[in-house]
Design a protein around this ligand. Structure first.
Ligand code: NDP
Length: 488
């Protein structure tokens, strides 16, 4: 097209379309003919527009940007994107709510997802974070049950606080995250005014195969801001896409949101003797033990051109770690490194990494994977498709092998080894005690407001947990609920 002619609509086979207003019928009022192949193709395409929504984090918004390293971290990790001050790495971020469906309102009480894909020269590095530093459970085997309890009742298809609190009350390790969820931070103002935390512990490894443990913290430069409950409820009705619109519009205005990036670094050997089990994702590492060290800046400065292509089809996995970054024995992380790619193979198909937003941008892809549904690249052309081979195909390079680490104990279904100060209550209590008085009041109101609709035996079981975290915490909630006889 030279820009002057009007473009003609075509079928998906490139065949020009003569009429996009009237279907082909037998006479002006006659039935529609099967030979109207364009009508059939058009309807068939429309019927197939929806793909499975994510089982969690279904509602989201995303943007492109970059990470700029602040200093050379090669003392701790050989990850090249962290190896030089000033080095910039392009990235894509998807924010999300967790429990709601794709059409649900943004301003709900829910953790928020904060997933990053760094397009590094060693391949794509994904950090699949939340806006809270801890999680409700510490073992991935509980995840499907946990999510069922937070989503809709199988009979009524409505959210059911009995299910949610029943699960939490049977899972006291959730108390820390439940406290964050019902605090002011449970409803962020928007995606720009919240922090991101890896929650998980990762291993950083340097060129000498020396390892440390790290947790990431992305602190918003816009400041943490939250929505008062009444505002959140009103906005959920007025503009269910409030967070989505805010991110898009701020970037369009040139107000680029940014986050200062920190890590907590724990010496490798500390992990076995630290007062808490450091791999338990229901706990934080207190800053006083492992202070935050600034490593860079994340900036979002470009909106996607097409939501479906770039946001809905984006796929992240905590399994995508680049050389210099490895896994920890965190049991939630271990389950997630399987689950994310598995869900994306189901949702997008086995060749989902050829979708541009998911393709490495600064690294090439060389392997012997072939064929499969929607193989839309050249499928390796005529190159050799097995290895080892005599035809110059790519080979492994042992310099990229993961570091070896020791394991001990007996295989079996066992909980985490308890460290000296491990329990489900101390850190939830620390958080409660740290909150200013007005936030404590709102926390108690929010919890009591939800528990009012919950069966008494579940409420009592849960109240015992609040008491164990902090007597005042439990007493205030019981008082709001007018429960005197606790007998818990
Ligand atoms: P610190 O006093 O060192 O850290 C407290 C941290 O809590 C702050 O640095 C801030 O982290 C965060 N915070 C501040 N206000 C609130 C709030 N209203 N709601 C939730 N979080 C808030 O103590 P500890 O490291 O011992 O942590 C005490 C408690 O703080 C923990 O039990 C945990 O619940 C919470 N917390 C701890 C974090 C950690 O990594 N240690 C991170 C976030 C929360 P930030 O700047 O990241 O917002």
């Amino acid at each position: 097209m030279n820009g002057k002619e009007k473009e003609t609509i075509t079928s998906q086979h490139g065949i020009p379309v003569g009429d996009n207003q009237n279907s082909v019928t037998a006479g002006p009022s006659g039935p529609t003919l099967l030979e109207d192949v364009y009508l059939i193709e058009k309807l068939a395409n429309f019927n197939r527009e929806r793909i499975p929504e994510r089982i969690v984090h279904a509602k989201g918004a995303g943007a492109f940007g970059y990470f700029e390293a602040k200093k050379d971290m090669s003392k701790y990790t050989k990850a090249r994107f962290l190896g030089k001050a000033g080095k910039k790495t392009p990235l894509f971020v998807r924010f999300s709510t967790v429990a709601g469906e794709k059409g649900s309102a943004d301003t709900v009480r829910d953790p928020r997802g904060f997933a990053i894909k760094f397009y590094t020269e060693d391949g794509n590095y994904d950090l699949v974070m939340n806006n809270t530093p801890v999680f409700f459970i510490r073992d991935g085997i509980k995840f499907p049950d946990f999510i069922h309890s937070q989503k809709k009742n199988p009979r009524t298809n409505t959210r059911d606080p009995n299910m949610a609190w029943d699960f939490w009350s049977h899972s006291p390790e959730s108390l820390h995250q439940v406290t964050i969820l019902f605090s002011d931070r449970g409803i962020p103002k928007d995606y720009r005014h919240m922090n991101g935390y890896s929650g998980h512990t990762f291993k950083w490894v340097n060129n000498r195969a020396e390892a440390v443990w790290v947790k990431y913290h992305f602190k918003t430069d816009q400041g943490v801001q939250n929505l008062p409950v009444e505002d959140a409820l009103r906005i959920a009705g007025e503009n269910p896409d409030y967070h989505t619109a805010d991110l898009f519009e701020s970037i369009e205005r040139g107000e680029y949101p940014s986050w200062t990036v920190y890590v907590q670094i724990m010496p490798y050997e500390d992990a076995w003797t630290y007062r808490f089990n450091p791999f338990d994702i229901t706990k934080v590492w207190p800053h006083s033990d492992y202070p935050l060290q600034e490593i860079g800046k994340l900036v979002l400065n470009k909106n996607p051109d097409n939501y479906f292509a770039e946001v809905e089809q984006s796929a992240f996995s905590p399994a995508n770690v680049v050389p210099g970054i490895e896994f920890s024995p965190d049991k939630m992380l271990q389950a997630r490194i399987f689950a994310y790619a598995d869900t994306d193979r189901y949702r997008l198909g086995v060749n989902y990494t050829s979708i541009p937003v998911n393709s490495p941008k600064n690294a090439s892809v060389s392997n012997y994977y072939r064929d499969g549904f929607m193989r839309v690249d050249d499928n390796g052309k005529g190159s050799v498709n097995y290895e080892p081979n005599s035809f110059g195909g790519p080979t492994e390079n042992m310099t990229y092998a993961r570091t070896k680490y020791g394991v001990e104990g007996h295989a079996g279904s066992t909980p985490y080894e308890k460290h000296a100060e491990d329990d489900d209550y101390t850190q939830a209590g620390n958080l409660y005690r740290m909150l200013p008085e007005d936030e404590k009041n709102r926390l108690v109101d929010n919890i009591a407001g939800d528990l009012k609709n919950v069966k008494p035996e579940i409420v009592k079981r849960q109240l015992a947990h609040f008491y164990k975290a902090d007597k005042d915490y439990g007493a205030r909630i019981a008082n709001e609920l007018k429960i005197k006889d606790l007998k818990v």
